[in-house]
Design a protein around this ligand. Structure first.
Ligand code: GLU
Length: 242
């Protein structure tokens, strides 16, 4: 029997990626295992549930998962439906293009170059990018790996989402992709839980604090996303549990 159900991404290298055989690796899955461990639950008792961006609130509201750790930005719109522990990391939106592309330099270059942009349904980057482009420039899929495939095959020119999500696809592109420009949003990653469960929020925040003190948090980063980024992050200051 599974003691806890955790929603995460299954197709995002460095954060939540399912290997052949089913084992999940990534910073989010390590954070999930750490929270399970604090509850006295061993890694093999965790049931992982795929949580694509647009399904996260519903999975929590319908009780299909106990928590979501899935590159999940804390914002007020989502807070109307779920509560968040954390943040445990702060990312920022960026752009990914093919390595040979030198015409796209940042979000302001997307309209003049008529770039075809890909992002994911129900994500903050799919909303944030709209002010930089015309509606017909945007393609949305359910998961980011489909955007990466579309970039590879030339169906789109740009993939946009959080910098660290894109870095995972760059790392597995054999030199085919690169990031361009600076980050242009702030994306604090929270752990989504049932709305109003302040006791669980507080418990998770305490578990994260303990993981930072013991080195478990830094080690989770170094063995996953830290493989392609230089700086190991500090655990950010938490939001108030509400
Ligand atoms: N952090 C952003 C969001 O929660 C983008 C990454 C994702 O879609 O998981 O919408």
């Amino acid at each position: 029997a599974h003691a806890i159900r955790i929603g995460t991404k299954f197709d995002q290298p460095l954060f939540g990626q399912q290997a052949l055989g089913g084992k999940l690796t990534g910073f989010d899955t390590e954070i999930g295992r750490t929270i399970a461990g604090a509850l006295g639950i061993s890694p093999d008792q965790v049931q992982w549930v795929e949580a694509p961006s647009a399904q996260r609130e519903e999975l929590i509201k319908q009780g299909k998962v106990d928590l979501v750790v899935a590159t999940y930005t804390i914002n007020d719109k989502r807070r109307q439906q779920v509560s968040f522990a954390g943040p445990y990391y702060v990312a920022g939106q960026s752009l990914m293009v093919k390595s040979g592309n030198n015409t796209i330099t940042g979000p302001d270059s997307l309209r003049p170059t008529k770039a075809r942009v890909c992002s994911v349904q129900g994500s903050t980057p799919a909303e944030n990018i709209r002010k930089y482009i015309d509606p017909d420039q945007l393609t949305v899929f359910d998961v980011y790996s489909k955007c990466a495939d579309a970039l590879r095959t030339g169906q789109v020119d740009v993939v946009t989402t959080d910098n660290v999500v894109l870095l995972g696809f760059v790392a597995s592109s054999n030199g085919g992709f690169k990031l361009v420009g600076n980050t242009f949003t702030r994306e604090p990653y929270g752990i989504g839980i049932r709305k109003g469960d302040i006791a669980f929020c507080t418990f998770i925040n305490n578990a994260l604090t303990q993981a930072a003190r013991s080195g478990v948090y830094a080690n989770a980063w170094k063995t996953t996303a830290g493989k392609v980024t230089t700086q190991t992050p500090e655990l950010p200051a938490f939001d108030t549990c509400s």
